[in-house]
Write a protein that binds this ligand. Structure first.
Ligand code: PMP
Length: 405
């Protein structure tokens, strides 16, 4: 019965070009990757799909720091943080992260998590009790949506970036605690939230602003300090969640906030309390990530990334203008996430397949991850892409445009 039910749904997804498939990376994360699907032999692809924005995932200094961390602290943590799994490495990482965010959140403390998904669940369920209302941008990441749905708080969603709607919702709100929740860089569109505008609203309405900086941390702002630093924001009302598996090149996440908020998360956040602490070696390795991100090497990599973004945008703008009949539309994004909106699910899949045939790996993103009718190629760039790599992608898309026209 269950199996029949699931098979029916799987067939429906197949028919709507919505069935998802995993590929196996046979080589470390890098623009040029060996990849296999099923039993077919591995192929080398030029990938535009990782979130390894600075190209640190395979950096020798990080690999060495991870190994050194394992030698010093062992391989596994052995228990949850509140039992015996909280090692010196986790504590030191949290101190580094608190110092990292201190210019934006005075007196901040930080708490490390195994993943960003769990950090968002922890944060929203622990702060969003029955005395709270959560105000959420409609395009927030799935983990923020799931956290808000799990929380006891009421949830109100506002149209993407529509601060006028949010202001009216805040005015009418009668709960004592108000939490505004937003991605800083929207993960499927690449655009930036109006964080100064949101913070001004939080201050006017005695609300708190929770910022998910998964795609800004390490990339935006001076020294890659993130989206809050990019906008030069500073307030005790800010709560930031950053992920450490993207620009930081390893894995994990953190929340930085007022010390009382961090204390409360340790006491009450189930997604923090009831899970085994990440391996301490990862925490040790992440301290090296922060050094790389904040140093000259980070600056060089961010400058390279900016050049690739500009190159891709000029190439794709020319291409979409040359082929208006295809209905492709380059999203208005200045970040490493550069979506090419195609519209129809099957058309997005066909375009991804046409690129794949040319050795280019750009995934098609379909509903429910993005709204119906906005299926797209989600192109992500890394500091380790060369100018030739980006040129190959633009040419590959031009080739596909001719074939599909
Ligand atoms: N927030 C956003 C905006 C994300 O894009 C992601 C990851 N895709 C997460 C949170 C979850 O982070 P993690 O991958 O560390 O679980």
């Amino acid at each position: 019965m269950l199996i029949d039910h699931l098979n029916r749904q799987l067939r429906e997804r197949e028919a709507q070009a919505l069935r998802r498939q995993r590929r196996i990376a046979e080589s470390p994360c890098a623009p040029h990757q060996r990849v296999s699907v099923g039993d077919a032999p591995a192929r080398e692809l030029l990938a535009f799909c990782s979130n390894d924005y600075l190209g640190l995932a395979n950096h020798p200094a990080l690999i060495e720091a991870l190994a050194e961390g394992a030698r010093r602290h062992g391989a596994g943590s052995g228990a949850s943080h509140l039992i015996s799994g909280h090692s010196r490495a986790h504590a030191a990482l949290e101190d580094d992260l608190a110092a990292w965010l201190a210019p934006s959140i005075p007196g901040a403390r930080a708490l490390s998590f195994c993943t960003g998904y769990m950090a968002n669940l922890a944060l929203l369920t622990a702060l969003g009790d029955a005395s709270a209302t959560i105000f959420a941008d409609k395009l927030n990441h799935a983990s923020l949506i799931d956290g808000a749905l799990l929380a006891k708080a009421a949830m109100q969603r506002y149209a993407h970036g529509n601060l006028a709607v949010l202001a009216r919702q805040l005015e009418r709100c009668t709960t004592p605690v108000k939490l505004i929740v937003t991605d800083a860089v929207f993960s499927m569109d690449g655009d930036l939230a109006d964080l100064p505008g949101l913070l001004a609203l939080a201050e006017r309405h005695d609300a708190w602003l929770i910022v998910d900086d998964a795609h800004g941390f390490g990339v935006l702002g001076p020294q890659g300090r993130g989206s809050l630093a990019h906008f030069g924001l500073r307030s005790e009302r800010l709560i930031v969640m950053g992920t450490l598996g993207k620009a930081a090149g390893l894995g994990g996440a953190f929340v930085a906030a007022h010390p009382t908020i961090i204390d409360w998360l340790v006491q009450a956040a189930r997604a923090y309390i009831y899970t085994t602490a990440a391996p301490p070696a990862v925490a040790h390795g992440l301290r090296e990530s922060l050094r790389l991100i904040g140093g000259e090497e980070g600056d060089r990599r961010r400058a390279n990334l900016q050049q690739r973004i500009a190159q891709l945008r000029s190439g794709l703008t020319a291409l979409t203008e040359a082929h208006p009949a295809l209905g492709w539309h380059l999203a208005d994004s200045a970040t490493a996430i550069q979506p090419l909106i195609v519209g129809d699910n099957a058309a997005a899949m066909a375009l991804a397949a046409a690129l794949d045939a040319q050795g280019l790996w750009v995934p098609a993103i379909r509903p429910p991850t993005v709204p119906v009718g906005t299926a797209r190629l989600r192109i992500t760039l890394s500091a380790t892409h060369s100018a030739d790599d980006v040129q190959r992608l633009v040419q590959g898309l031009a080739h596909a445009a001719k074939d599909l026209a």
